[in-house]
Design a protein. Structure first.
Length: 259
């Protein structure tokens, strides 16, 4: 009983105090204590505001930096594409009237520093008039041939690929042979008669293997220069390693020659 009375007294006192505080808040009596509390806590509020504002500025700065980076990347990509297009059509364009520019969007099994590109995936296909066997070039240099195709993409088998093989000749046209890709970035000029005179530094070109449908490598595309010669006097043929002027790892745009 006593506990209930004590609780009642405390409850009544709290109500009275609340009413008095409410009444005093309507007057200037509490202005002093209120100012004191604001004085004590204003630095904390200011610090909290500054931290929040600073974080917002950092976030905005990061967003702006990201936007700037994306714009620079887009500009560089556009400039690279434009340069490649200019270079291509300024290089023997009269010999290549049907060129389709295509962006390289994939390089299966290629690991920088560990392997070489063997195939490219490009962003053009049947919808653009491309066919299997079409030659793929950069400037007047052989890159590879279309080996698989879908409506909007194609697979390019590079001349370095072990499945790549086509006829070739030295620039003078006096020596003929077969280009065989070896994989790993290696190209061999094979089946050259032992009696033929090969020289390191000689330029090797496509001999031309276009079929009746106009598909294949046209003649006189650059394959590369002779890097080394393997000539065994007891053998029927000699062969040479060819070095392409292209760095296939750095290509981003190629051109499909269609008929």
């Amino acid at each position: 009983m006593q506990k209930k009375r004590n609780f009642l007294y405390v409850f009544i006192i709290l109500i009275i105090v609340s009413i008095l505080l409410f009444a005093l808040s309507k007057t200037s009596f509490l202005d002093g204590p209120k100012s004191f509390v604001q004085f004590v806590f204003s630095p904390v509020q200011s610090a909290f505001f500054n931290i929040t504002h600073f974080n917002q500025k950092i976030s905005q700065s990061k967003d702006q930096e990201i936007d700037k980076t994306v714009k620079i990347a887009d500009i560089n990509k556009l400039e690279g594409d434009n340069k490649a297009l200019r270079d291509q059509f300024e290089t023997g364009s009269e010999k290549n009237p049907n060129l389709i520019p295509a962006r390289i969007i994939g390089e299966p099994a290629f690991i920088p520093g560990f392997s070489y590109p063997e195939t490219f995936i490009i962003d053009e296909g049947k919808d653009s008039g491309i066919k299997e066997g079409d030659a793929v070039i950069y400037k007047n240099i052989a890159v590879g041939k279309i080996s698989k195709i879908s409506d909007f993409s194609s697979v390019v088998t590079l001349i370095t690929n072990s499945s790549s093989s086509f006829t070739a000749k030295t620039m003078s046209g006096s020596v003929s042979g077969i280009i065989n890709g070896q994989g790993g970035g290696v190209i061999i000029f094979d089946n050259v008669l032992l009696s033929e005179n090969l020289k390191i530094g000689d330029l090797v070109l496509t001999k031309g293997d276009v079929n009746t449908n106009g598909i294949g490598f046209p003649p006189d595309l650059v394959v590369g220069k002779i890097k080394s010669i393997n000539k065994n006097p007891s053998a029927l043929f000699q062969k040479a390693e060819i070095e392409s002027p292209l760095d296939f790892e750095k290509l981003s745009l190629v051109f499909v020659l269609t008929q």
